[in-house]
Ligand binder design. Structure first.
Ligand SMILES: NC(=O)c1ccc[n+]([C@@H]2O[C@H](COP(=O)([O-])OP(=O)(O)OC[C@H]3O[C@@H](n4cnc5c(N)ncnc54)[C@H](O)[C@@H]3O)[C@@H](O)[C@H]2O)c1
Length: 258
């Protein structure tokens, strides 16, 4: 039964891997025996994380590669490299994302565009080239996109319209890809986390922080931790979810239920 959850020997790409949820995912997949390609624009960050993984798990295979998910040529180069050096891509996790906060009436076009570029166009570009590789080299694979509970609810009191819209787009893109690529055996799903403790959430949820009172609105009564995404990541990445595609999996402590 547990072998269904195995990702041993699979080739996995994770974007936004230099910190936060991406870092947690590449640690998990490396420990589970996958060949992991850790991508980020923050080269020093992915080098540090990959070195730490090799110290902690001496048998791990984790290669850091700098790439900007919004840059077409960069993404094409990354996939070419994976094709030549690994010969396949089994798991692709579109995790890179950015957040801008502020009232809509004051939001600059630059801030709006930055969020759409990374959160939407980046997911499109990486998915497009990943699917080409999966179709050409093995007919099959699992793509996991990082959506958010913000795709479904307007978080208050934060004002983050661009982010919310971008994550709604990620959820719909996930469903569109799932239908288009089902004939190739490529499954496409998304995770929709609630508030998880990372640099993106920042110190506002800690004791005394401006958003600490929001923890009361979470039925499980706590902030999520990056490791809380581990089980669902392994499930969606592996054959344990082989009949699951187009799903948006909430990991929010029940926040979106009430
Ligand atoms: N932390 C949360 O509470 C939460 C909740 C819901 C969804 N998410 C989503 O999860 C993902 C990870 O969030 P996090 O909290 O770990 O964020 P984070 O800010 O800690 O990490 C994001 C990473 O993405 C990288 N990145 C940004 N732009 C990039 C680009 N153009 N190309 C390549 N890499 C780029 C950054 O360098 C960084 O390492 C994001 O998509 C975020 O929207 C986070």
């Amino acid at each position: 039964m547990l072998t269904m959850f195995s990702v041993k020997g699979k080739v996995a790409l994770v974007t936004g891997a230099a910190q936060g949820l991406g870092e947690s995912m590449i640690r998990l997949l490396s420990e589970a025996g996958a060949h992991v390609i850790a991508c980020d624009i923050n080269e020093a960050g992915i080098n540090r994380v990959a070195a730490q993984i090799h110290t902690d798990f001496p048998d791990a295979s984790c290669e850091p590669i700098k790439a900007n998910v919004t840059d077409n040529a960069d993404v094409a180069r990354l996939m070419d490299y994976i094709a030549h050096h690994y010969g396949q891509l089994d798991i692709c996790i579109n995790n890179a994302g950015v957040l801008e906060r502020g009232p809509i009436e004051d939001m600059s076009l630059q801030a709006w565009t930055r969020v759409m570029d990374v959160n939407v166009t980046g997911v499109f570009l990486v998915s497009k080239y990943a699917a080409q590789l999966m179709i050409e080299h093995q007919r099959g694979g699992s793509i996991i996109n990082m959506s958010s509970m913000s795709a479904q609810v307007v978080n208050v009191p934060m004002k983050q319209a661009a982010y919310n819209v971008s994550k709604a787009a990620v959820s719909m893109f996930t469903k569109s890809c799932a239908v288009e690529w089902a004939p190739y055996g490529i499954r496409v799903n998304a995770l929709a986390p609630g508030y998880i403790r990372t640099a993106m959430t920042g110190p506002d949820f800690e004791a005394g922080g401006q958003f600490e009172p929001l923890l009361d609105w979470i039925p499980l009564k706590r902030l999520g931790e990056p490791a809380d995404l581990g089980g669902a990541t392994l499930w969606l990445a592996s054959d344990a979810s082989k009949y699951v595609t187009g799903s948006i999996v909430a990991i929010d402590g029940g926040y979106t239920l009430i």
